[in-house]
Design a protein around this ligand. Structure first.
Ligand SMILES: C[S@@+](CC[C@H](N)C(=O)[O-])C[C@H]1O[C@@H](n2cnc3c(N)ncnc32)[C@H](O)[C@@H]1O
Length: 198
């Protein structure tokens, strides 16, 4: 891992253990990804969305409203649009530099500048709340997910992804917040987990 990736791993581990630490890392994270926006896609492997897409295929119900958290350049939001063409999709990110690329790639999708630690959406807004290579804020994810809604967490290079949360940890955090029906996926170099609320 390069220096930026090591910082991303350290940030993830710290914030997962103690979410209240996030404000300490917010500015650095934003600066890093603002800078990476224009070169992000070119630096990534062609199978980067394989596990995310496999997990979307595993969702066997209707999704009318979906959120891609930490959407970056919008690949996750685009994958949702392809799997659920009639869904209303929002992608949120902290970094304008990443969002500029997302808006260029997917002009039909709504992208908003927002912090996942404090999402600007009402309780139970989304049938699907998805993450690709993104630090989860479990309380906020739970709050904005509708009853019987799905959550999705994907890591494009499995446990070698700089921003990565082990499956057991995801299951524990989600289980204590009322999620069940866990399903695991792997595709390309990636892994993913889907769970359902209630
Ligand atoms: C590793 S990148 C992944 C981007 C994209 N999901 C993908 O897989 O290509 C992490 C993204 O999450 C964003 N991010 C990190 N922390 C965030 C937060 N608390 N709220 C919103 N976005 C955040 C970063 O700006 C960055 O665009």
């Amino acid at each position: 891992m390069n220096r930026g990736q090591k910082i991303a791993r350290l940030t993830t581990n710290a914030v997962i253990r103690v979410p209240a630490l996030w404000p300490l890392f917010r500015r650095l994270t934003r600066t890093q990804f603002d800078r990476l926006g224009p070169v992000w896609d070119a630096s990534r492997s062609p199978d980067r969305t394989a596990a995310y897409e496999a997990a979307l295929e595993g969702i066997d119900g209707d999704v009318r409203r979906a959120l891609d958290v930490g959407t970056g350049t919008g690949d996750g939001a685009l994958a949702i649009a392809s799997r659920f063409p009639s869904a209303e999709i929002v992608g949120v990110d902290l970094a304008d530099g990443m969002l500029a690329e997302a808006r260029r790639k997917a002009p039909g999708i709504r992208f908003e500048l927002a912090d996942a630690a404090r999402l600007p959406f009402a309780d139970a807004t989304f049938d699907l709340v998805a993450h690709s290579n993104m630090i989860p804020f479990f309380d906020e994810v739970t709050r904005v997910t509708a009853p019987r809604g799905w959550v999705l967490f994907a890591w494009s290079a499995g446990d070698e992804t700089p921003i990565y949360v082990p499956t057991e940890r995801l299951r524990r955090e989600l289980g204590t917040r009322g999620f069940a029906h866990f399903a695991e996926f792997s595709a390309g170099r990636g892994t993913a987990l889907v769970a359902r609320k209630g």
